[in-house]
Design a protein around this ligand. Structure first.
Ligand code: XMP
Length: 525
């Protein structure tokens, strides 16, 4: 593909920021992929990158038991940029010296620039005689002497080598993290590396791949039929829109109503399908009403993991049964996106550390012997959204907050009962409606109500009431791995609280969750 002609390889040494590096490069307009730190020479040659970025990682370059940068990279004549561990390992392997520092550097730092480097050519404002960078550091080891042929470009209070370069061989090292947004000139440095040093053209733009994807899907599917499990979330909706555009009525969507959905959710999905998911084409939608099966199996179950397992297994069973009713299906489409690919590779022995693995209720049986279609496999979430916009999906789908596979079951503490679901749906709708009314919905990353199966005393008029408690939850986050509770205005919280207590008579108390992640998680179970 022309859009992927100039590309960068990001080698993962286990940093929690590796995905951020790749996202930043794609934003800049250069296609990149993350591969494992032990990439083979053959894999490297097939991928044929114009430059390589070596990520940070938890290992210590000062120890012998560490991950090495593949030696062939140093003689490949391809520019290399080592970040944090990537720089320390580069220094060590090329003959420099790295030690464990007694003072860890974490957070903001100023890097003084002591020498010229082409990596900084368009980064520092020479008209203002700018000679420093505001950066984000997070490291224990430090380089104390650079390898032969390298010069020290910058230093900080705790690192005499905060930036090093071998200009002739196009080898660069940064002790700090240019990929995190706290590093003020970080994006400019990455841009300079890929555009000026590696000579990549900025050809990548996810909205330009629609026609290419449509063409590929048509070729792959030919005249056959495709089954898609629709959840109403962004990813599966974008896949539906793409498939509808590519193959129209050869697409069959199955939507399982597990009884754990939000207010009016089934109707909303139906409406979207009527509009052909923005494509103008119609396709076959089967809504499976499986509420009773799910809720019966969940009764008497309190343990969060046991609840998740029941829901996951029941989903597969219901989906398989429905698929069994269809003839002539050859393909199964899934909304797998790039972070899922990276994370499952990491789970299989790659280096990136998983904080929590999410079992999407979409893990489908392997014995269905259907060929997989995963058109979003190479895309990050923000790119999927751009694609969705290009395909004409409404912003109500594109900007929708994530909703967990196990649905409202993880927002009712302990046993799931119909009565609790009914209370939760009505309270949640009030919160979400008011967020929209106050133009706050898109300012928070995720918001919902949690049902607490405990009763608390209240008073209405002259009478005492003894009813349930709910908690409002709203968070801000970039990657859902860490999150802070959203500072919603007090007047807004007051309004939502009053509306819930007036309109949902089973609730006598509304609380607001002010826990951040970590140590809490976003969901309550
Ligand atoms: P936590 O609660 O782990 O959630 O902080 C992080 C993000 O993941 C969503 N989440 C899930 N998604 N299946 C899913 O598909 C799950 O079991 C699940 N648990 C949490 C959660 O809504 C948040 O966006």
């Amino acid at each position: 593909m022309e859009l992927q002609k100039d590309k960068i390889l990001v080698l993962d040494f286990g940093s929690q920021y590796t995905q951020l590096i790749a996202r930043k490069l794609r934003e800049i307009g250069v296609y990149c992929e993350i591969h494992s730190h032990d990439v083979s020479k053959q894999e490297f040659e097939v991928f044929a990158p114009k430059g390589v970025i070596l990520s940070g990682g938890p290992d210590s370059a000062a120890e012998t038991n560490r991950l090495d940068i593949p030696e062939f990279l140093f003689t490949s004549n391809v520019p290399l940029l080592g970040i944090c561990y990537g720089m320390q390992a580069m220094a060590k392997q090329l003959g420099g010296e790295v030690i464990k520092s007694t003072q860890k550097e974490f957070g903001f730092a100023k890097v003084q620039i002591d020498a010229e480097s082409k990596l900084l050519d368009s980064v520092l404002d020479s008209s203002k005689n700018e000679r420093s960078l505001d950066v984000w550091m997070s490291h224990g080891d430090v380089v104390i002497s650079v390898p032969p042929g390298f010069s020290v470009v910058g230093s900080s209070a705790n690192s005499s080598v905060a930036m090093m370069a071998n200009e002739e061989r196009n080898l660069f090292g940064l002790q700090f993290h240019p990929e995190v947004h706290h590093t003020k000139q970080g994006k400019a440095i990455l841009e300079q590396f890929v555009k000026a040093v590696c000579a990549c053209e900025t050809l990548w733009n996810p909205t330009n791949i629609v026609e290419d994807l449509v063409e590929k899907i048509r070729e792959q599917v030919a005249g056959k039929k495709v089954l898609l499990g629709l959840s109403g979330g962004v990813d599966s909706s974008v896949v539906a829109a793409l498939l509808a555009r590519s193959i129209g009525d050869q697409l069959i969507c199955v939507f399982v109503d597990n009884g754990l959905l939000r207010f009016d959710e089934v109707e909303q999905v139906q409406k979207m399908v009527e509009k052909g998911f923005g494509s103008g084409s119609s396709f076959d939608l089967r809504i499976v009403d499986a509420e009773d099966v799910f809720l019966d199996r969940l009764s008497d179950t309190n343990d969060p993991e046991a609840k998740r397992k029941i829901i996951g297994n029941t989903f597969i069973e219901v989906f398989e049964k429905e698929a069994g009713k269809l003839n002539d299906i050859q393909f199964l489409a899934q909304g797998t996106i790039y972070p899922d690919v990276i994370e499952s590779a990491a789970g299989k022995g790659g280096k990136a550390h998983l904080i929590k693995s999410h079992h999407n209720v979409g893990g489908l049986p392997s014995d269905m012997s259907l060929e997989l279609i995963e058109p979003l496999r190479q895309l990050f979430k923000d790119e999927v959204r751009q694609l969705g916009r290009q395909l004409g999906l409404p912003s109500s789908i594109i900007n929708r907050h994530p909703f967990p596979g196990p649905g409202l079951a993880v927002r009712i503490l302990g046993e799931v009962k119909r009565e609790f679901l009914s209370v939760l749906r009505r309270a949640d709708k009030i919160l979400i409606d008011e967020l929209h009314n106050h133009e706050l919905y898109e300012k928070v990353s995720q918001a919902f109500v949690v049902f607490l199966p405990i009763k608390s005393v209240g008073v209405v008029g002259d009478s005492r009431r003894y009813d349930y408690v709910v908690s409002l939850r709203a968070v801000e986050t970039l990657d859902f791995m860490t999150a802070t509770w959203a500072r919603l205005p007090h007047e807004f919280l007051d309004l939502v609280s009053r509306r819930i207590m007036n309109e949902v008579e089973e609730v006598s108390r509304v609380t607001y969750d002010i826990s951040s992640k970590p140590p809490s998680t976003i969901e309550w179970e």
